[in-house]
Design a protein around this ligand. Sequence first.
Ligand code: DQA
Length: 153
Amino acid sequence: MPHTLATAPVLILNGPNLNLLGRRQPEIYGTDTLADVEAMCAKAAAAHGGTVDLRQSNHEGELVDWIHEAREHHAGIVINPAAYSHTSVAILDALNTCDGMPVVEVHISNIHQRESFRHHSYVSQRADGVIAGCGVQGYVFGVERVAALLGRG
Ligand code: DQA
């Protein structure tokens, strides 16, 4: 049985360097921290009767392992793969094992206004939606979208 927001949390996955959010290039990524993102996302999920499980790793394989875990234990995934967006076939392949699970890709910055190597994301091929350039509010939009996709049954 696929999960709903009532039966499992939304996994909010963050890739490399996002542990420094709030201190890392604040002119690009802003001053909110991942703890602030977690609080915003928890509030958004609670409005739909759900919870979130926010994680961050600087290691590709750990992100892959967590995506595998999500197959059984999470209702949907909001993912900011950070630099791995542009390089990781492994993360794309892992997401492709999550049949029927809502996946929303988030980028805090507008990757299309930046260097050309940021314009392509492997993850976008699997993502049900992509949000870029909305700052950390993009994560909230991601949770809202996962809730909407689950609600469609
Ligand atoms: C990012 C954009 C990526 O290009 C970059 O490598 C990041 C963060 C964003 O949230 O805007 O680390 O995913």
